[in-house]
Design a protein around this ligand. Structure first.
Ligand code: NAP
Ligand code: ZN
Length: 349
């Protein structure tokens, strides 16, 4: 086994702190990655605090991983020592079910998530990227261009693909009016991608101090969602609204902004249900309420290549690992610009 270390939550209430644990020795198809940067996703908070239930402690969060390959197994063909590498929310899946065959591994029944997921290799739980190193099957390792700021690329592995995938699935592009709800880690990537795909982008935010940033990041208009007058300026006009909010809220206020056949896609995962949307708001204009989970490995590579080509990265605040608990508190106050990324060189054994 490989002696490894990182930061873990030991229970749902106390701050994360240092943790030592074992990782498997790299097998023939595995890549050993020294972790350089790891983004901080709101899902890390949900799970560190057991808000979705089912957390097994100690939990080492982190699924926006950028690192360097330090060892490869004998059957690894896609990577060699010294290469940059990325790991997102998944580290394995069955490989044979219809979802996997369709390159949608995130919808496989046996997806192994990067942390807090039963690990078929060890019989324990998986441990994520708030750590010095990780061993991953080469099929779940992404190629990373060296042309961009690596710390700012890390959030693409979750926030990036989670917004890219639904915008592509619903064929968003020129001529579409698209809403992005919430300007946090996911939301700011949603604004960037929707803008890059040529849509007219309207940002909905609860934070008046984010208006200028919203416009700079690519929104054509910004609506303060807590202001009823502003919310009435766009009736029945949206083709698609991507909702990233991590708390339960009234969905009807967004459904009613959709035109006929428009779609409200939920990607935020609150710990308790949203109030049920009104059926009337769905049937009278044949609107769709949908959801989307991250994206497949092939599409994640496509997204990373798109970002390298178009010079798209996340707007980040780089933090030492010792600041992780403060970062969580700030995210919970919507005070994030717009993704915290851990500089893993600050992690000590
Ligand atoms: P984040 O950085 O904390 O951003 C969430 C944003 O939502 C906040 O910055 C805030 O933006 C807005 N917001 C927060 N509380 C709100 C409230 N009570 N009412 C209205 N708006 C509120 O979080 P994130 O990392 O982007 O993650 C967002 C959610 O997506 C989380 O639930 C996470 O678990 C989930 N997620 C889902 C997937 C997936 O595959 N579907 C993948 C990753 C994450 P404003 O200040 O602009 O209002
Ligand atoms: Zn995430």
């Amino acid at each position: 086994m490989l002696k490894s270390y990182g930061y873990a939550a030991y229970n749902s209430q106390t701050p994360l702190r240092s943790y030592h644990f074992d990782r498997r020795d790299p097998g023939p198809g595995d890549v050993l990655i020294e972790i350089l940067y790891c983004g901080v996703c709101h899902s890390d908070i949900h799970q560190a605090r057991n808000e979705w239930k089912g957390t097994s402690y100690p939990i080492v969060p982190g699924h926006e991983i950028i690192g360097r390959v330090v060892q490869v197994g004998g059957k690894v063909t896609a990577f060699q020592e010294g290469d940059l590498a990325g790991v997102g929310c998944m580290v394995d899946a069955c490989g044979t079910c219809p979802e996997c065959r369709d390159h949608q591994e995130q919808y496989c029944d046996q997806t192994v998530f990067t942390y807090n997921s039963p690990d078929p290799h060890t019989g324990k739980m998986t441990y994520g990227g708030y750590s010095n190193q990780i061993v991953v099957d080469q099929r779940f390792v992404l190629r990373i261009s060296d042309s961009l700021d690596l710390a700012a690329v890390a959030p693409l592995l979750c926030a990036g693909i989670t917004t890219y995938s639904p915008l592509r699935h619903w064929n968003i592009g020129q001529g579409h009016k698209v809403g992005i709800v919430g300007l946090g880690g996911l939301g700011h990537m949603g604004v960037k991608f929707a803008h890059a795909f040529g849509a007219h982008v309207v940002l909905f935010t609860t934070s008046p101090n984010k208006v200028e940033d919203g416009l700079r990041l690519g929104a054509d208009e910004v609506v303060i969602s807590t202001d009823p007058d502003q919310m009435q300026q766009h009736p029945q006009s949206f083709d698609f609204i991507l909702n990233t909010v991590a708390a339960p809220h009234d969905l009807d206020q967004y459904l009613t902004l959709l035109k006929r056949d428009g779609t409200l896609c939920l990607i935020g995962v609150p710990d308790s249900p949203h109030p049920t949307p009104s059926v009337g708001n769905l049937i009278f204009r044949r609107r769709t309420l949908a959801g989307s989970l991250i994206g497949g490995i092939r599409e994640t590579q496509e997204m990373l290549d798109f970002c390298a080509q178009h010079n798209i990265v996340s707007d980040i605040e780089l933090i030492p690992i010792q600041a992780i608990n403060t970062a969580y508190e700030r995210m919970l106050k919507s005070d994030v610009k717009y993704r915290f990324v851990i500089d893993m060189s600050t992690l000590q054994a």
